[in-house]
Design a binder for this molecule. Sequence first.
Ligand SMILES: [Zn+2]
Length: 733
Amino acid sequence: MSYLGSVSIRMEVRQEMDKIVLHSSNLTIIDAKVINSDNNLEIKSWTINDSNQFLILSLNKIVNPGENLEVFITFGGYLREDRKGYYITKSTKPTGEPMINAVTQFEATSARFMVPCFDEPQFKATWQVKLTYPTGAVGLTNTIDMESIEDGDFTSTTYKRTVKMSSYLLAIFVGDVQFKETTTKRGLRIRVYADPKNIESVDMALNASRLAVDGFEELFGIDFPMEKIDFVSVFDFEAGAMENWGLIIHRAELILGTDKEIVEVVIHELAHQWFGNLVTMKYWYQTWLNEGFATFMTAIGQTFIDGNFSQDTFHISQQEEARLKDRYRPLRSVAFDKDGSVTIQSIYYSKGSSFIRMLEKIVGTLNFYEAMRNYLSQNMYSNVKEDYLYSALEAVWKTNTNNETTLSISEFAECWTNQNSYPTVFATRTPEGVVLTQNREAPIEKNYTNYDEWGYKWDIPIWYQVAGEGSHELVWFKKDQYELEIRTEKTIIVNAESYGYYDVIYDDVSYQSIARELENNPTLYSMSTKLRLLLDLESNAYTQMIAPHSLVLIANALRNDEFPIVQEYAQTILKTTEFMINRLNEQNNEDLKIIKGFSTNTSKVLRKFYSNPSEQFGDYFKRNFKSDKEFCETLRNERNEEVTNQLVDWLNTNDSSGRKHIMGFLMFCAKNKDKVRGLVFDPSFDWTALEKSRNIQFLKILNRRNIYETREFRKFPSNEEYISRKTIIRIES
Ligand SMILES: [Zn+2]
């Protein structure tokens, strides 16, 4: 399936030049012309540079600064099948006939696959789109339609000009869809489009988006700048969803229905309309700003919909997700696909969000949002680097608090954004107080790169809570300090409220006094403080950094905690620990116990799988099993090894239809787990698709097996080797 296109680009010349270099890839250039005010400019020739994805237009003379030019290019291309650029997405009509729609996915560098353009984030331009498509189909782009002319088999629609934006946010959809519509408080039109079969399943997304837009407009103090926002559900989509300005594309299962995850994704994409679309990264190095903010703002966005939503729990889950993934690359790094295109890394989301939360808690929530409003309004329709954010925060912070601190936010930030991984704070009880040191230990892995510019030391904001007191304090543990001593006879809990992106390991004596403290004064400690303590204990027990009895001690103290989530987690830890101990005794029953642990989740994901049958494997699956129970029973039975093999084969393919994480889950039903182990321990197996799973517990189990049990740990230089300064803080009692 092919298409024809034409583009006209108006530009002002800023420096002397005799050629125009645009991005273009896999397009046939039919004609190219250029016009200037004197009408004496011509394109001598055009060449295509495949490796750089450039279209180079050589001019007949040198053009001087200040001249205005207009370039016209006509071109042709094929609708792709690889979910990049302008591509075909397939489904079936209610009648059973095949349905073919066309949609775009441009981030990061695929706009050039559809149209020659300046395809980098900081080349912002306004776009006016005119689409010609089969009469009867729906044609959508970023803006509202102005005029449609029907001419037999084809209809041409002209849409309003967009605001100034980056090319990766341009979007087009042509296909057979219907919509439901709502309007926000101030009258902004929101529609959710889906194929006719599924149009009744869009209500939750529609309502969530209306409330989220109202909430964000008020919070940021900037209205959405165009006339409408459309969401479209498509079947074949590379990412979960894409925030194209005014035309947000979702994978079907992330917009149809009533899953909690749908609300989360809808809010994430809407947050991007400000963080990413209005204010964009200068280059891909700052992609973490886009994804970190969209993730961070999802927490507050959820409160617009559900007043009881716990932002703290959301942020803690992001910290956990980040810590599991935070190995290979720093936030401020760019990775490339095999074909040379930029990869959007998963660490940008969870670590970006967790780092932004530290910034929020350092400057204070009110100051933070005031700074965010300034940052957005000062940089709208423009591009930013990290420093723009830090100076917006510093300006508000220093004005509002008369803060005498000498802390530079950008200096603090650099060690967090330029180094991979995160610090571990060791807290040791001495007769005078508690001594903190920092160190980092990391698994040695095949893709591991050492980013040690800062010596793997961090400027760490230490939030701590003194026993018997309900509030917490903030002190700084700078990277050039040898140790930080907090002088007090009382017990202290470090990383109170889980504001910080680091973990804490105490000595045995401290764990004992913390356990006593939690039992004596349970109401003085917040849900987040207790959860943080448990999470650090659990992960460090599995890496054998702490003794299991410390884990049991604290979990036991919290087993009947007033917060259900803390109570449940403490009890799970107690059960899991018991299971681990038993496992040592009865190695042979290991598989059975793992299956038991997963049974609830497994049936849940199986139901989801049935409601969205996948392509080939899905068909096989449906043909062979009547129910989820039957499937699990079959997998447990060694005679049906064929199913396990099918699963493994499919997990090894490049098919990224998004169900791999579900199928990975199902593997735990298999009785003979040699195949599963084969995958888990195979260093070349790509877990990216599986990592899309939001199930932290699942990831933890994979991680334990994949890394902790099989790889050595690397010690990084201790504080003594690196630095020599000691700081003492006294607490008056
Ligand atoms: Zn995003």
